[in-house]
Write a protein that binds this ligand. Structure first.
Ligand code: 0WD
Length: 254
């Protein structure tokens, strides 16, 4: 049986087996969820298909959140395959690597807009698309970082985007609450993933967290997955609009 038995979910943002979304996917399937994954372009298809097979997950095809036609196709596929949705995970972010280094004040208009579109607007866009499918209510989860709250070295425009993403969580929680849809975020501590490798001095940030976080270590995608399980399952049925830190406690000292 399990906590997620009978629940069907779409998980966006599995790039490889180190992705935070992969940790969440495994935790959900372990507890009986049925899930669908997507991939961004042919390069990721080769990585995501075997991972999906490992979990018995459905693959809903190519998804680039800047391409509305690809989102139309993914949601049409999910509607056809599952009929309804109970949960959705958004683990997607992007900014030009060149600007995740140096000074925030140098951010370009083009990268600011692209970062906001992929890392912030996409969550609102998919929430809107999920709404008609969440006929019995549901749980939406996104991923954020402490750089939304405090200035972190090199996080720059992504910090501004995460602040907007956290505000979106609160506005969406109000708009969708009456339908029994909950909207929350996990603020994860730094984890060495593909996306993180674009951030300047990331190894130093990992070390800094190991030295300073109350638990004296960093977190793993599996630990974020287990906390995600709580927010996606009925255990958290009274929780919405929340930003939950899964960061070895770093935010209390940082
Ligand atoms: O330390 C970390 N790794 C933290 C990550 C700490 C706190 C939060 N996060 C957040 C990230 O900002 C992101 O929102 O967690 C989320 C997941 O990131 P991740 O697991 O660290 O990174 P990764 O495994 O690379 O997955 C992110 C994926 C992309 O991979 P690449 O490597 O190409 O950036 O987001 C997807 C893509 O698969 N993605 C897109 N998907 C659809 N359309 C797009 C797009 N336009 N752009 C990126």
């Amino acid at each position: 049986q399990g906590l997620m038995a009978g629940k069907r979910g779409l998980i966006l943002g599995v790039a490889n087996n180190r992705s935070i979304a992969w940790g969440i996917a495994k935790a959900c399937v372990d507890q009986g969820a049925e899930i669908a994954l997507t991939y961004q372009g042919e390069a990721f298809k080769k990585r995501v298909e075997p991972l999906a097979a490992e979990l018995g997950a459905h693959v809903s095809g190519h998804c680039d959140v800047t391409d509305p036609a690809s989102l139309d196709a993914v949601f049409a596929d999910v509607a056809a395959h599952f009929g309804k949705l109970d949960f959705l995970v958004h683990a997607i972010a992007f900014s030009d690597k060149e600007e995740l280094d140096g000074r925030y004040v140098e951010t370009t208009r083009a990268n600011f807009q692209r970062t906001m579109e992929i890392s912030v607007f996409s969550f609102t866009d998919i929430a809107k698309r999920a709404e008609p499918l969440m006929t019995d209510g549901g749980s939406l989860l996104t991923l954020t970082y402490y750089g939304a709250e405090k200035v972190m070295p090199h996080y720059n425009v992504m910090g501004v985007a995460k602040a907007a993403l956290e505000a979106s969580v609160r506005y969406l929680a109000v708009d969708l609450g009456a339908r029994g849809m909950r909207v929350n975020a996990i603020s994860a501590g730094p984890i060495k993933t593909l996306a993180a490798s674009g951030i300047g001095d990331f190894r130093y940030i990992l070390k800094w967290n190991e030295y300073n976080a109350p638990l004296k270590r960093t977190v793993t995608p599996e630990e974020v997955g287990d906390s995600g399980l709580y927010l996606l399952s009925d255990l958290s049925r009274g929780v919405t609009g929340e930003v939950h830190h899964v960061d070895s406690g770093y935010h209390v000292v940082g």
